[in-house]
Design a protein around this ligand. Structure first.
Ligand code: HEC
Length: 125
């Protein structure tokens, strides 16, 4: 009985993973919250209106590991203080933030994990 329970727990933990690829895919395409495709191209997204202001996300996924993508999405200003990319996990140094968003990062840790998990799938051939 205990062995069965342990087996079930191990299986559940293996499936849970740090980030959810499907949720990440939906978030990247979401034009009300993440806005990634406003600036970035993502050819696999099948969205006709994609940005060309920022590197294509497939190219970044091929070049960066999960931590590298995570750090950049969380706060690109650490790498380029003059970036136009919003810091999705920071509320510091922002101007003209709508009252409803004040003090709240644009993405939760879980949402960031989900996006990184999805972008990780783009790096594979
Ligand atoms: C307002 C435009 C804008 C939005 C919205 C935006 N980005 Fe960016 N992003 C950029 C720009 C511009 C860069 C290039 C780096 C720089 O600014 O120095 C960049 C860089 C990056 C990088 C590093 C690229 C590399 O190859 O080094 C990643 C990863 C990234 N963005 C992911 C995202 C994700 C995921 C989202 C949505 C959650 C997003 N970005 C939303 C503009 C944007």
């Amino acid at each position: 009985m205990h062995a069965l329970l342990a087996l079930l727990l191990v299986t559940a933990a293996a499936q849970a993973g740090p980030g959810d690829v499907q949720r990440g895919r939906a978030l990247v395409a979401d034009r009300t919250q993440s806005l990634c495709l406003l600036c970035h191209a993502l050819h696999g997204a099948g969205d006709a209106n994609q940005g060309n202001l920022a590197p294509p996300l497939e190219a970044s996924a091929a070049r960066l590991d999960a931590q590298g993508m995570r750090d950049r999405i969380a706060d690109m200003r650490r790498f380029n203080p003059a970036t136009v990319m919003p810091p999705f996990r920071s509320t510091e140094g922002l101007r003209d933030v709508a009252p409803a968003w004040q003090g709240k990062p644009a993405l939760t840790e879980q949402q960031l994990d989900d996006i990184v998990a999805y972008l990780g799938t783009l790096a594979r051939p």
